[in-house]
Write a protein that binds this ligand. Structure first.
Ligand SMILES: CC(C)(COP(=O)(O)OP(=O)(O)OC[C@H]1O[C@@H](n2cnc3c(N)ncnc32)[C@H](O)[C@@H]1OP(=O)(O)O)[C@@H](O)C(=O)NCCC(=O)NCCS
Length: 181
């Protein structure tokens, strides 16, 4: 039973299930994938527990390839409880990068949020060095609002000192989306 909340051409988006652990572990245990994320690379066992923890959690979408049933991505989408602003974040299985799946899923969430949910503004932040994420946000139609210099650090250098990141803020308003779609 697929239980998709909505579908795009190639993908179905649904809540996580405890049984997603194995596919989810391919994402969470990969060092390159977690480099720009606000958490450490998971062990396999902790990744299985994370699937259980996120199961049914309404802040996340599991992104499924309809053709094979493979879980290829995670999308975070949360009400910031601030005048209708929701934050979006994502992380996809590195073996599946470069196919436009993340873009298709993010565009799907934007469309779903503005047509089916009471969302006024969608917001995201990405390290300016995270080229793939920045390209994705721009391709999905989000507008750059500014850059917060040295505003967070998710990695340390070899001396254990924080590597500060400059984070670009992006957003799209419902009005902007509706005027283009
Ligand atoms: C950010 C992330 C989701 C982007 O994944 P991605 O696969 O590069 O992104 P997209 O889905 O937009 O795919 C774009 C690429 O697919 C290619 N592509 C192939 N077929 C395509 C299709 N049918 N439609 C669209 N693009 C397609 C595009 O040409 C593009 O290639 P390019 O970037 O070399 O120009 C991924 O790199 C990731 O999980 N990173 C780690 C986690 C992370 O950093 N998260 C963000 C923290 S802010």
């Amino acid at each position: 039973m697929a239980d998709f909340i909505f579908e795009t051409a190639r993908l179905g988006l649904r809540r996580f299930r405890a049984s997603d652990g194995e596919d989810f572990a391919e994402i969470l245990t990969d060092e390159e994938t977690s480099y720009f994320e606000p958490y450490d690379t998971f062990t396999y066992e902790n990744a299985l527990k994370e699937a259980e923890k996120l199961s049914g959690d309404e802040h996340f979408f599991a992104v499924i390839l309809k053709e094979t049933g493979k879980l290829v991505g995670k999308i975070y989408f949360e009400d910031k409880k601030f005048f209708g602003t929701w934050e979006i974040g994502y992380s996809f299985n590195r073996k599946y990068w470069g196919n436009g799946y993340a873009l298709e899923a993010v565009k799907g969430v934007i469309n779903y949020a503005f047509s089916e949910m009471n969302v006024h503004r969608i917001y995201a932040e990405a390290d300016v060095l995270n080229t793939r994420s920045i390209k994705l946000l721009e391709r999905a139609g989000l507008r750059k609002e500014g850059v917060f210099l040295k505003s967070a650090h998710f990695q340390n250098d070899s001396n254990g000192e924080p590597i500060w990141g400059d984070f670009a803020a992006y957003a799209i308003l419902k009005d902007e989306y509706n005027s283009k779609n």
